[in-house]
Every structure is written in C-alpha cells, then in structure tokens.
Write a protein that binds this ligand. Structure first.
Ligand code: ADP
Length: 496
C-alpha cells in the first residue's frame, strides 16, 4: 500500500494541508483562508475556532480529493505561524477569547516596562530573543493582566495556553495531549534555550503560571495520536516545527553554516549554527531549529520586514507597474539603476539595524531616472537587505556561507536571484519544490515514524531547479554595497 505524509501548514492568513508521497513529491493540496481581526490599531487577532475548523476542513479535503484513505497516512507533520498564542479551558477545551497574533503590538507597554526594569540582557541570554511584543511571552502577560480571574484560574491549572502547534495537537488528540515542540517553545520568551526547559525565572518575570504551559517535545518522533473520529482512524503526529524552522529543515540545511532565505512579503533567513546556542552580537535572534533524538540544532535568524512588499508598493502605491512578474523585464531593460538606491524602510528597519525610526527613501534621482531604474532599485534593495543579514550571520558564526538556498514568491524573479548571487558573491540555489515549509514538516514526521531512516536519505530528495553563480567582479559588488550603506544611513533615525 502506498504511504503518504500529511503536512498541516497553519499560516497567518490561511490553513493548508499538503499530502506528500515518500519521494517527497506533492500528491494533493488544499487551502482555506480565515478572518483577520483588527480590534484596534496595531492589534491583530484570529478566531482559534476558525483556525481549527479551516485546518480540519483542508486536511479532510486533501484526503478526499486525492482519494487517499487515512490508513495510508504514515504520519502527520504540523508547521505553523509562530508566536501566536491561544488560551483554552482544560476541562471543556473551550477557547478563551481570540488568539493574539504574532503581528500584534498589543503588549508593547509591557515590553517597555520590563526594559526599564533592566531585564532585557537576562532575557536575551536565556532565550536568544529580544524583548519585543512580537514574541508570545508578553502577549500572555497582557492577557493575564487584563483579567484577574483568568490568572487565578491559570494558577489552579484550569486554563491552558499554547502556540498554534500546541492548540492543533490538543484539538487533534481530542484534548489528550498538551504539547509543543522545542522550535515553537523557543519563540515564547519563556523557554531557556541553554537548558532546553521552561525557565522559572522567566515565568516569574512575565507572571506566567507554570501550570498553563504545554510539555516540550522533540520536533521529530511520535508525540501523540489523532483521536480516531477525526480521520476515521488514529494517525501518529510525528513532526512539529514553527514555519521558518520547518522551511529550514525542508531546505535540508542540516549542516552548520547552511542557510535558507524565504522571499515573501518580508524575508526570513535562518542559518544552522550547530549544537550550541550563541547569542548574536549583530542584532540577530538565536532560535532552536529542531531537536531530533534529543539532539538540538540551533539557528541564527534575521528578518527583513519589507521585501516582496516593496514590489507590491510599486504596483499599488506608486502604480508604476501592473504586476510583480513584470519587474524582471523592466529591471533588465536598463543596464543599472543609474545610481538610484531604494531603502524600503516603510516600517523601520529590522535586522541587523533594528531602527524603528528609519523610513523609506529613494535617493540618487536625476532627470534621467525613470520607472525602470526605480523598479530595478526596488528589486536590488531586497538583495542588499539580505546581504546585510547574512553578513551579520557570518560575523556572529564565523562561518563563510557556501551557498544560499532560497524559496518564496519573489524567487521566481531570475534577475533578483542573479543580483543576489552577485552581491553576496555566493551561489544562490533555488530548488524545484517551493513548498519547503510543509515539506519540512512532512520530513520531520516521516523521519519520526521511519518512512525515511536518516537525514542523509532525505537530503537526496532536494533537487536543484536553478543555480545562480556570482558573475559580477567583487570590486563592483563592493562598490555597490558601499553606496547602499550610505543610503541606509540616510534613511535611519528619520521619524522623530
Ligand atoms: P507571503 O507568503 O509573504 O504572502 P509569497 O511567498 O506568496 O509571500 O510571495 C509573494 C511576494 O513576492 C509578494 O510580495 C510579491 O510582490 C513578490 N513577488 C511575487 N512574484 C514576484 C516577482 N516575479 N518578482 C518580484 N517579486 C515578486
């Protein structure tokens, strides 16, 4: 009987289910969007029941549409939007309020307060993260501080919390298992990535009762079974990882120094740094990649807020293009940007600058500047920002990058990929499969139940679609970078 892995990819705007065969090929897929709720400026919520019902629907649909019976599913792998937090009642399973989404800035005052108390260094040392509302910890603090009844119920163990992986596992097991994997735990601000345990000191700082938290498990290996009524029979849940970590696994970045970059709305870059955590000195995060058979792999992570979004802005804001696809030919229609640099700091700058006051600029304009130059400068800005993050990773890890593995919507742009290789002076490798996030979850699950015996066996499944080798002489890419950095300086600290 053929065997399949079912990946549940619970994202920020949609729930997806993808069926993979044992060659790692896609055998079926389904997707459903759900509501984004904006209760106040800067605050974003999801209805957890919608998350669950959409995820369940697509999982069932993909089996039905592919005519694959639950008996043929060797295991389920879960990957999810990270940092988003849900509360529910232990007894009834009923969710309490909405999920607070990673994008929400609702807890920024709590972060400021803890910073004023001088707590950021200890938090950074233990978690590898920054004291920012992005992570789950202060979102939980905010929920508990806004309802005193909740806190006392949580202390008694009546209220549970979890990131989306944890919530889905709870639902899939009919309330039997309250678990999370190490990669998701490492995004909460409550988990000590050195000891690989919830930290009592951090729980104290954030005011979180230990009784609320899930048990932490490996990212691969059977951790639970789905309750039989969900798919008609029990299926092992054998792989769990946050979306970016799953994508890193799906890109087979198994060796220290291997890195992937996902080019979507923003960019998410992760580099495997091996079995020891290392706190970044260059504004990056340290995060748990995955843990398999008790062995932890750590990653450095850097995110860029505006990447593909700059192309959306050219289309919808500036209206100088009508589609993202058009940008490749337009950029190639000129030899260079004519000295134009575009720093898309629309919402400030992320790693390695962390400048919330920076704002976007287009500089070097002359009478000769036209739409093609600006479009080209916008595409190049994606590559320059990637360079800056990778450069920080190199400095932190001391590792020279051998290649950059890429995925995400904007990697369809061959001009961008070539320019990326030129600026990095490093080969850029785009695989045939772009579903790296779901694939990573499927790989973790397959490995967990022995569909695949080893990472080496999985690594063979990574197939190159196209390699982009550096063609520009290094002196020229250095000169471009010098001017890029001059432009970045001018964008910084703008908003007073
Ligand atoms: P997300 O998962 O963040 O929604 P996707 O991986 O779907 O992102 O990628 C979509 C992004 O990629 C959009 O911001 C879009 O502007 C950009 N994009 C898509 N195609 C191209 C292209 N050919 N050239 C440049 N950017 C592109």
């Amino acid at each position: 009987m053929p065997q399949y892995l079912l990946a549940l990819d619970q994202g920020t705007t949609s729930s997806r289910a993808i069926l993979f065969d044992t060659n790692g090929h896609t055998a079926g897929t389904d997707q459903q969007e759900f509501r984004q709720i904006f209760p106040s400026p800067g605050h974003v919520e999801h209805d957890p029941e919608e998350i669950w019902s959409s995820q369940l629907t697509v999982a069932r649909n993909v089996l039905k549409n592919s005519q694959v019976h639950a008996d043929s599913i060797a295991a389920i792998g879960i990957t999810n939007q990270r940092e988003t937090i849900v509360l529910w009642e232990r007894e009834t399973g009923k969710t309490i309020g909405n999920a607070i989404v990673w994008q929400s800035r609702i807890s920024h005052k709590i972060c400021d307060r803890l910073k004023e108390e001088g707590l950021e260094p200890v938090i950074r040392e233990k978690t590898g993260l920054l004291l920012d509302p992005y992570f789950s910890g202060t979102k939980l603090t905010w929920l508990l501080e806004n309802d005193s009844d909740l806190k006392s119920r949580a202390e008694k163990g009546d209220i549970l919390c979890g990131t989306i992986d944890s919530f889905l596992i709870w639902k899939l097991t009919g309330g039997k298992s309250h678990l999370t994997d190490v990669s998701n735990a490492s995004r909460t601000l409550l988990f000590d990535i050195n000891t690989m345990q919830w930290s009592d000191e951090l729980l104290e700082i954030f005011g979180i009762p230990r009784a609320m938290l899930p048990d932490v498990v490996d990212s691969s290996g059977v951790i639970a079974e789905t309750s039989p009524e969900i798919f008609g029979r029990s299926i092992p849940i054998a792989g769990v990882a946050g979306d970016q970590q799953a994508a890193t696994f799906g890109q087979i970045c198994f060796e220290p120094g291997m890195a992937k970059n996902t080019y979507g709305t923003g960019c998410f870059m992760l580099m495997n740094i091996g079995n020891k955590p290392r706190v970044s000195e260059n504004g990056l995060l340290t995060t748990v990649g995955w843990r398999i058979n008790g062995e932890t792999v750590y990653c450095l992570e850097g995110s860029i807020f505006i990447a593909g979004a700059v192309i959306q802005w050219l289309r919808d804001g500036l209206e100088i293009i009508s589609s993202a696809e058009q940008t490749e030919a337009l950029a190639r229609s000129v030899d260079d940007t004519g000295g134009v640099y575009f720093v898309p700091a629309f919402v400030g700058l992320g790693a390695p600058y962390w400048d919330a006051q920076a704002r976007g600029l287009i500089i070097g304009l002359t009478r000769g500047t036209n739409q093609a130059h600006i479009t080209r400068a916008a595409l190049e800005s994606i590559a320059y920002q990637t360079y800056d993050v990778l450069d920080a990773m190199k400095r932190d890890s001391g590792i020279e990058l051998a290649e950059l593995r890429v995925d995400g919507g904007a990697t369809a742009n061959n001009f961008l990929m070539q320019f990326q290789a030129d600026i990095l002076q490093t080969a850029v490798h785009r695989p045939t499969i772009q579903e790296t996030t779901a694939l990573g979850a499927a790989y973790l699950a397959g490995l967990g139940v022995g569909v695949w015996q080893s990472e080496a066996e999985i690594a063979e499944k990574w197939i190159l679609d196209q390699e982009f080798k550096p063609q520009l002489p290094k002196e020229q890419s250095d000169a471009l970078l010098t001017d890029w950095h001059r432009a970045v300086k001018r964008s910084q600290g703008w908003q007073e």
